[in-house]
Structures are given as C-alpha cells and as structure tokens.
Design a binder for this molecule. Structure first.
Ligand code: NFE
Length: 502
C-alpha cells in the first residue's frame, strides 16, 4: 500500500518548498514539488524605467542577486546594443565569481552537509582552549562567539544513518564554522567591485561603475588566494569524504537525463565563455537554441496561456486554479524537461572538450573509482559544484590580473524608445534568462526563467514531471517518518524557491 509522505517545509534551502512523495514497498513511486508563494516581480516591473530592472530583479533573492543583476544587464546590453569594455566584462566576472564561491560554500557546508555529517555523535572534542566538550557544544560555542547563530542549528533532525567516521565528522564540523568566515570573505571580495553585497550597485548596462584601482585588485587577489586554499584543501576533500561515506548516492537522484547550460563568464567581447552554452538530450549534445524554450502552466497557479516563449510570457496569478499545485511554471526545451546547474555546466563543458573541466572531472572520478555515469546523481551534483568552485576561483585570480587601471569600465549608450533583449547566463544554481521588451522608454514586458524553475518545475501539459520530481522516483525511503533519503536528493539540486516562483 502506498504511503504519502509530505516534507513541508523543506528546510535548509531558500524559499518555501513542499515535497510530497508516494512511497510503495519502501521506494518513491511519484514525487511532487510545490512552490508555495507568489512572487510577482514580472508584474511590478511593467511600466518602470528599463534601467530599474537591474536593481529591482536583484531583490528576487538574497542568495543570487548578482546573477539576476547580471542577467538583467545582459538583456539590456542587447536591447541598447552596447558592449562593455574589457575591464567592465572582467569586473562583472569577478563579482559573479566571488558570489559563486559564496553560494557553493553555503550550499555544501550550511545547507547540505548536515544531511550526512553527524555533529551530535562526536564527543570529547578538545577545543583550542583545552577543555573537553561534545563537538556539538564546541561548534555552538564557536558560532555564538562569532554571533552567527543564536541557537543550535543541528537538532532536531531526521533520525537516520549519518557518517560514522569521527575524523570526517570532526573535520567537516570545523570546516562548517570556517566556511562562515570564508563566505564573508567571498562577499567582501564581490563588494570590492560591486559597491555592496547583496544587491550590487555597480552592475549597469554597458559595463560597471567601479573603476579599476591597484589597491582593489590587490585586495581582491589576496582574498581569492585565501578562498582558493579553502576550496582546494577543505571543500573538495570534504565532498570526496562524504562521497566515500555515502557511495549509494552516486546511484540515486538521477533526474530526466537532459541538461541545459546557457554558458557563463564571458572570456572576450566576441561571446566565448569559460563554461560553454549547450544542451544534452538523453546524452546527445546539441547546440543551444533559444527559440524552443516555452513555459507550460497546466499544473501551475496561473491563468496565462500555456506554452508561451518567455519573450511573450505572461504572469496572471490564479490561486484557486483546479489541479494546479505550485507557483512555478514548467519551463520546457523543445518540449523536454531539463536539469540545470553545476552538473549541467560540467557535463556540457566535458562533452565539448573544455580541458580545465575534463582534467578535474577525470581526476575526481579516478580518486573515487567511479565512472562518468556516476556524475548523473545526487553526489554528482555536489562533486560538480566543488570542481566548478576550484576552476572558478583560479580563473578569478587570472581575470583580476587582466584588469587595466586607468582604462574604461563602461561604454556609454542611448536609451532607445523601444527594443528587446535577452540576457542568458548561468547563476550558481543553473541557467538563468531575463527577457525585456521596452516601449516608449518603459518596460512593456519582463520575464525571468530561473534555474530552480527548471529543476523544481511541476508536470507539464503532457503530464511529464519536472527534473526533481523525476529524480525522486526510485529513491528508497526506509522510514516514512524520517524521509532523509528524499531530502538528500532534493537538496542536492540546491533549490531556491524565492527565485523559482513567478
Ligand atoms: Ni535564489 Fe538563484 C541561483 C537564480 S535560483 S538562488 O543560483 O537565478 O534557482
């Protein structure tokens, strides 16, 4: 007999997500993702000055404001036909790169690691002051001394099998605390060029407003070197440690088998990107086509027409719509659900022979004794994020070295009476698109399709479930009262529902 298990809310993610799974004979047979709040940003942007969009859309989310700001100014660059100078392009990369490091660290250490690491189990930890305490008490004392968390963040939790290796638990717990400081350092690094963080002021169409000075470049590079040491010596090994302790999760959490990347981090004004754009449909690589993207709404709480391209997208809320179960629409690519995120970026780059990615992926798989198929899994997502952080932090140091003090950071432009733009980039959680249409120097239409809208999408008009819904099917749930396995699979996608709803 099927048991319905509701995880509501899913904690340790951003936003308001509920997951409902049907469990038969100890395995999930059906999953549902429910985004539980209406956002309405597309509605409130109508009639505003187009240059407000870069600031307003950053308020969609406190975790990835840089991505929304960047997608918006990419869309406006296109609408105003303006190309930033090299300094502007590089500074945008440096701000976004620092935000990626922050985002991947929060996801692994502060949101996901507690699904695996057993902080409560380690006792007799000798802190630097020499006193013996339980590890949990030590971590809480560390946090309290930094005024970071007022109370224990570790319990209650699902009762389940956590890591048993005391060294892994101890190391990861220490890094949990250190990662809080590393995230602050990543934010500081972004703010050196962004003006402030979150919600950067320096991101504008045509480039950035922060000029290049040697002291900023030196400060950024010094911070990035510290972050590079943490990523390479703590984050990557800790992900490997978790993977070795929970190898089952290389076989769990596979989603729809389709992957989409818009490509990210422009390497030149001609459009090449560090992570290339591309698509994998059931393993077959294809070039990205943007005219085949649609959003379907049969099961979404909207009365707008279904199947519209985002350039023509509409956002009419219908909170009482029958059979609809979420405030997310269902984006589809040529009718297919697509997984997006670090794993998609890494797989697309690997397929296209990007050497930096191939080397890292092959090295990691060899260390784990796993084949490439293992990447399409819950653990594969964690591994892809860690490898990507390693590649990005190294590239940020190189980009910083390419900045030219005294040269321009901004290209001037005329605001047109009318125009259209499409801003495609990769947020830490995956493919992000902003579409803007301008009439009479005002925003006539604005649509965002956000990474978690792809991953957490509901069933489409044909009844095909979204990627996370598909990834849950087959997941064992040993104890319906403690569905940790389903939670681990969902969190491996790093969902952000604040972004994903419309
Ligand atoms: Ni709110 Fe975001 C990222 C964007 S979400 S965190 O990364 O865009 O899916």
């Amino acid at each position: 007999m099927a048991t319905t298990v509701l995880i509501d809310p899913v904690t340790r993610i951003e936003g308001h997500l509920a997951i409902k799974v049907e469990v038969t004979d100890g395995k999930v047979t059906e999953g549902r993702c429910m985004g539980e709040m209406f956002r309405g940003f597309e509605v409130l942007l109508r009639g505003r000055h187009p240059m407000d969009a870069g600031q307003i859309t950053q308020r969609i989310c406190g975790v990835c404001p840089i991505s929304h700001g960047t997608a918006s100014i990419f869309a406006q660059d296109m609408a105003y036909n303006v190309t930033p100078p090299d300094n502007g392009r590089l500074i945008r990369n440096l701000i976004l790169g620092a935000n990626y490091i922050q985002s991947h660290l929060i996801h692994f250490y502060h949101l996901s690691a507690l699904d695996f690491i057993d902080i409560a189990a380690v006792t007799g930890y000798q802190g630097e002051d020499g006193t013996l305490r339980s590890l949990r008490d030590w971590v809480n004392a560390e946090l309290a001394s930094k005024r970071l968390y007022p109370a224990a963040p570790f319990l209650p939790r699902y009762e389940a099998q956590y890591a048993t290796d005391p060294t892994l638990n101890l190391t990861a717990a220490k890094h949990f605390v250190e990662a809080l400081e590393m995230r602050a350092l990543a934010h500081d690094s972004a703010a050196l060029f962004a003006g402030k963080i979150p919600h950067a002021t320096a991101l504008v169409p045509g480039g950035v407003t922060q000029i290049v000075t040697m002291d900023r470049v030196a400060a950024y590079m010094a911070n990035m070197q510290i972050l590079q040491a943490f990523v390479n010596e703590c984050y990557v090994p800790d992900v490997i440690g978790v993977a070795q302790a929970f190898p089952d999760y290389f076989a769990l959490g596979k989603s729809c088998g389709n992957f989409l990347s818009y490509g990210n981090f422009p390497e030149s004004s001609s459009g090449s990107r560090l992570f290339p754009a591309g698509v994998l449909i059931k393993g077959t690589p294809e070039e990205l086509k943007t005219d085949v993207i649609t959003e379907e709404v049969k099961y979404s709480l909207f009365s707008s027409p279904s199947g519209l391209h985002p350039e023509k997208g509409e956002t009419e809320p219908a909170p009482d719509k029958a059979d609809a179960y979420t405030w997310l629409k269902a984006p589809r690519y040529q009718g297919h659900p697509m997984e997006v995120g670090a794993l998609a970026r890494v797989l697309v780059a690997y397929q296209q022979g990007v050497q930096a990615v191939r080397g890292e992926v092959d090295g990691l798989l060899a260390k784990l004794g796993a084949g490439p198929e293992a990447l399409d899994s819950a653990l594969g997502r964690h591994a892809a994020r860690a490898l990507e952080a390693k590649i990005i932090v190294a590239r940020c140091l190189e980009w910083a070295g390419q900045l030219r003090p005294g040269e321009p950071v901004f290209t001037d432009f005329e605001l047109p009476d009318s125009g259209k733009g499409q801003g495609l980039m990769e947020a830490p959680r995956g493919a992000l698109g902003h579409w803007i249409e301008i009439e009479n120097k005002k925003i006539a239409r604005y649509q965002c399709i956000v990474p978690t809208t792809w991953n957490c999408s509901p069933k489409d008009d044909n009844g095909v479930p979204g990627p996370i819904e598909q990834s849950l099917v087959g997941t064992p749930v040993a104890d319906p009262a403690n569905p940790i396995e389903a939670a681990r699979v969902v969190r491996s996608f790093d969902p952000c529902i604040a972004c994903a709803v419309h």
